[in-house]
Design a binder for this molecule. Structure first.
Ligand code: MOS
Length: 750
């Protein structure tokens, strides 16, 4: 019986449907409560004062005037902050150290990066706290910091691992020899800038203590990480931290670990013995909530005249914090993308006096594919080969470095379908040839690849005697549509309408999941819930077969079906609600779990990635160099699509990130002060509506039975992977100018 149930995944076809977000009405009517909005009696407000230097020591900090200012309750500095463990190894062995280590605040006179918190002012109102913060006098002993990456490549060191646990280096065959002997080569060095993820909802926390337990209402992608990291910092058991994060106004990787708002709110609430709210300002987020590091990438491609690659080399130098390293897996995707007998990838880090870099949407592939897929375009031109044809000629039959088969891989189909839909044949391979008045028109394309992850997690699902289904997980919905797809999965499995399912997320009291990150959220939480629903069906059937009150009593041999609100066994049929009311008036619940992909045989036996092909058309003003997006198309092969509407939104967002990376986004670091000078959304440019192209997204029909029972693969970040390169390649096709320093601003193009 179990087997039949396991395979029954699309009984009434709710999964995949383009269902509008079930949390949408709450959000647009302001009834979705975000971290800073949680109402509690007697809350005090904290305002963080950040360091005015990037490196050095606080010699004197005078907070007397601030303490006497109206409404001020307390000023916390390194002199009076509660003791915290040193920033160091984790106390929670089950959560990776980076997520669970103590992140003490205000625990030292040292300043390690510009705008690092040096004081927290607590007052009756936010305004009073902010006003008083301006009255604090800090005297620093400033040291000279190191900030210039390109000048310091010689100081680079090799970290032990990259983010997500990949080896920093890989080598197959003899790259140097093959590259030296290649008929046609590209040897190009690219630069990508510091970038910032600034979700609409800034980082914010309300901390409330009850005895020796603290509840933090915060904006988190992964509750378990916050729970572990805060417990380490406060030196309390993890069970004494409850994290609540039902609605999140975007994350993009910036809310995977605790930041200053969470730690300081919890510390201050304990000191004041009252609830405390702390939020980072938009400006403070640039230094205190992670960034993507500046990188220099050297890509070397060697090919035969027919376009077959003989050698692929990708070496990355990335800036990192001197006190906590972060190494994006920038060259890792290339280990699976194209065939070539000789291969080399390497990651190196250069320490600078900045806060640690963090996971920023598509860590690794975003900067890596921008460079690498530009280099592929350079090679295609040198070969006189169409860029799609070049990629097809290097399509591998198995993973080129792991040596295992692919689970599903439809990269070629994505490119061919995209070419057909986009009108790729209208592209003139010679740059600068298509003109419309003053405008130069260019077409570009690039491939997309991203690993498929599954994070371990558990879901609980219950049904009551009224037929109401409740699913509970500590999963988060960071704006991606998680509430909706989980409701679809449960509704389909149990044969009830989506409206009959209540999805409860974002509370660490619910079963633990891997949260939202790495594009694993939907497939991981969805698979756990899928298993939970199967378990619930089995429990319902077990009770139905034995209960005296069951109309299905004794129905043993035939597989049941749950559809249209009914349970059918053979020719017997009963309403699910009636059945539950009879066999379990108090309701029935079950749980289901999913293991981390890395722990599964299928993940070792198959190379699991999502794929896509991006196409872009740009118009460049021949006189001013102004680049305008015209059209973009992305064709995606990412396994089964759980909700066509939310999936499309994810890809559209990713394509927009591609525009930002190619043309606009750049955080400018002042090399004297170590300060991001454009630290707000007026000066840090991201694409707005007027900047985006006419965009189209196409999903190929796919089901990856190696990935998980849903057949779905991650796609949240896939739209970012390669989309910037498609635009850069279109700019080249329009102008004949190859800009290798991103973003492609007017000054670099002219
Ligand atoms: Mo993502 S950058 O892992 O939230």
């Amino acid at each position: 019986m179990t087997e039949t149930m396991e395979n029954r995944s699309s009984e009434n076809g709710l999964v995949g449907q383009s269902i509008a977000r079930i949390d949408g009405p709450l959000k647009v009517t302001g009834r979705a409560t975000y971290a800073y909005e949680h109402a509690v009696n007697g809350a005090a407000y904290g305002y963080i004062l950040g360091a005015a230097i990037a490196k050095g020591r606080i010699v004197e900090i005078d907070s007397r005037k601030a303490e006497q200012a109206p409404g001020v309750l307390h000023v916390m500095t390194h002199r009076n902050a509660p003791a915290q463990p040193e920033f160091g190894p984790a106390v929670t062995p089950t959560v990776p150290e980076v997520f669970s280590r103590a992140r003490p605040m205000l625990n030292s006179d040292r300043v390690r990066f510009h705008d690092e918190p040096v004081a927290l002012v607590l007052a009756e109102t936010f305004e009073a706290a902010r006003a008083a913060a301006a009255l604090i006098d800090v005297r620093y002993e400033e040291e000279r910091g190191a900030f210039d990456l390109p000048a310091r490549l010689a100081d680079a060191y090799a970290p032990r691992r990259t983010n997500a646990g990949f080896e920093t280096d890989s080598a197959v065959g003899d790259f140097d020899r093959a590259f030296a002997a290649a008929s046609v080569t590209v040897d190009a060095t690219y630069r990508t800038p510091y970038e910032h993820h600034n979700p609409m909802e800034p980082h914010a926390t309300l901390a409330v203590w009850s005895g020796d337990e603290v509840t933090v209402y915060t904006s988190a992608q992964t509750l378990a990480n916050f729970q572990a990291g805060l417990a380490s910092t406060l030196s309390i058991p993890r069970e004494h931290v409850r994290t609540v994060s039902p609605f999140i106004g975007g994350g993009f990787g910036s809310k995977l670990i605790v930041h200053a708002d969470t730690v300081l709110a919890a510390l201050a609430a304990r000191v004041l013995r009252r609830p405390v709210k702390v939020a980072l300002t938009r400006q403070q987020m640039f230094a205190n909530a992670g960034h993507r590091a500046e990188m220099v990438q050297r890509v070397r491609l060697g090919a035969e005249r027919d376009g077959r690659l003989t050698s692929i080399g990708h070496v990355v130098w990335s800036a990192t914090s001197g006190f906590e390293e972060f190494c994006e897996q920038t060259a890792v995707f290339g280990r699976s993308l194209y065939a070539a007998p000789n291969r080399l990838t390497r990651h190196q880090l250069v320490p600078v006096d900045l806060n640690r870099g963090e996971w920023m949407r598509s860590p690794g592939e975003a900067p890596g594919m921008l460079a690498f897929e530009s280099a592929m375009d350079e090679l295609a031109e040198k070969l006189g080969l169409d860029p799609i044809e070049l990629r097809i000629r290097n399509e591998p039959t198995a993973d080129p470095e792991q040596g295992v088969p692919f689970s599903t891989r439809n990269l070629v189909a994505c490119m061919q379908e995209g070419a057909r839909r986009f009108g790729w044949e209208r592209r003139n391979p010679a740059p600068g040839r298509i003109r419309e008045d003053r405008k130069l028109i260019g077409y570009g394309m690039a491939a997309a690849i991203r690993p498929n992850y599954i994070g371990a997690g558990t879901a609980r699902v219950a049904i009551d005697a009224n037929g109401r289904v409740t699913a509970q997980l500590d999963m988060t919905d960071i704006g991606t549509g998680t509430y909706t797809i989980l409701a679809q999965i449960a509704a389909e499995s149990l044969g009830v309408p989506v409206a009959a399912v209540k999805v409860e997320l974002g509370d660490s009291r619910f079963p633990r999941t891997a949260g939202s990150g790495g594009s694993w959220g939907a497939a991981s939480a969805g698979s756990a819930l899928h298993h939970a629903c199967n378990a619930l069906r089995e429990r319902i059937m077990a009770a139905s077969r034995t209960s005296d009150r069951s109309p299905l009593r004794g129905a043993n041999d035939v597989a049941p079906s749950f559809a249209d609100g009914k349970v059918r066994v053979g020719n017997r049929s009963v309403s699910l609600t009636d059945l539950i009311a009879r066999i379990a008036p108090d309701g029935i619940a079950a749980t289901g779990s999913v293991a981390a992909a890395r722990d599964t045989e299928s993940y070792r036996a198959y190379s699991q990635h999502s794929y896509g092909a991006h196409f872009a058309e740009v118009a460049v003003d021949g006189d001013t160099g102004e680049i305008r997006m015209r059209r973009m198309l992305s064709v995606i092969g990412a396994g089964r699509i759980l909700n066509a509407r939310t999936a499309r939104s994810q890809i559209l967002g990713g394509m927009t990130w591609g525009i930002g990376a190619a043309l606009m986004e750049e955080a400018v670091l002042d090399p004297r002060s170590g300060h991001f000078v454009n630290h707000d959304l007026a000066e840090y440019h991201v694409p707005v509506n007027g900047d985006v192209a006419e965009m189209e997204v196409v999903f190929l029909e796919e089901f990856d039975d190696k990935a998980n029972p849903l057949g779905a693969k991650g796609l949240g970040e896939l739209g970012v992977c390669g989309s910037g390169a498609a635009i850069a390649n279109a700019v080249y096709n329009a102008t004949g100018v190859r800009v290798r320093e991103f973003p492609i601003t007017l000054d670099r193009l002219l």
